[in-house]
Design a protein around this ligand. Sequence first.
Ligand code: PLP
Length: 407
Amino acid sequence: MSKKRFSTLAVSEGEEPTWEGVGDAVSPIHLASTFALPELDPDMSLEELDPDSGDYVYSRLSNPTRNALEHRLAALEGGEHAFAFSSGTSAISSLALAVVTPGDHIVAFEDLYGGTRRLLEDLFDERLDVEVTFVDATDPDNVADAMRPETEFVWMETPTNPLMQLCDIEAIAEVVGDDAVFGVDNTFSSPYFQQPLELGADVVAHSTTKYINGHSDSVGGAVITDDDDLAEQIEFLQQVGLGDMLPPFDSYMVMRGVKTLPVRMRQHEANAQVIAEYLEDHDLVTDVFYPGLESHPQHELASEQMSGYGGILSFELDGDMSDARAFLESLEVFTLAVSLGGVESLIELPAGMTHEPLDPEEREARGITDSLIRISVGIEDIDDLVEDLDRGFEAMETERSAVAGDD
Ligand code: PLP
């Protein structure tokens, strides 16, 4: 078979039209928890079952729908092995558990998704005796300085949430070398815009809840790697150690959602670029954080390591939390909600929503102010999106005049 390109793999990798002799053009949903065996084989080893050859016994171990999805995700990230979990959080947690043991050390980007930061601090550092050092990984030298002989895992996100900071995957891969496992959370870019394994990472994780599924109707996660030994550990945790895997129905949803990943990502990005430029020119905005803007301090790095700048951006209103509230509550097209990566535009106030659990001092230190707004730009008509933001700014001005007693 000839080697297929990304958009073709997104549509067809893992589909087996001849399955079950009825020629389904898309993989059916196999809901069975257990599978009839053709014969009694007392020597059957559960560890040596090969789902690709039709060896199905029990759905926690392997399931045809999940197996099809895992093949597709591996192909899209350019890896050999993929494992689908019941959330992005469980994917990242299982991956870390597959790598470290008590007494080990982890180096992680300080600007991580809040949930990942919490699991590293509260589960690994506090309970499992795995010390975690958070660094400003925008400079790879800081990663190098934090490495110790007992460092086994280096964990990065790029771009980060919500300030869209980048780290240089190739440079950090060089710093880490063979001393530790280097993993990247590729949720924000999706494999369509960024391929960390090709840039030297050992393993990639996703919250498939976001762009990969793309329709805000399934929670899931995935880990993808080329490393056979690491894959064996992850497989053990997914199927035996934790028994945490993506159920068949969600596997089907993600198989279906990911087919349109390339077209969605192109539209997300096109809309995000227009909105970023619109906000950059607006008098009521003091800062815009989007790697596609030339004003982004790491625009050059973004152009080198990403093939597109993605659909997430954040901006600083020239105002306070009550201005932000007036702005957000007046919107008609954007939905005020956490999460990201769906076809619909979502908007949120990190200080009061996604990043509210952080201490106010920590938020301030990280630049997450009370007037910082994050947008996950959807694929709607761009004119409706811009008109909606106009509405938000008008509401903010009306609120200000009311407070000042102008009307
Ligand atoms: N990684 C990133 C970058 C995220 O934004 C999120 C969730 O927002 C997660 C991981 C966790 O994923 P999930 O909510 O599917 O557990």
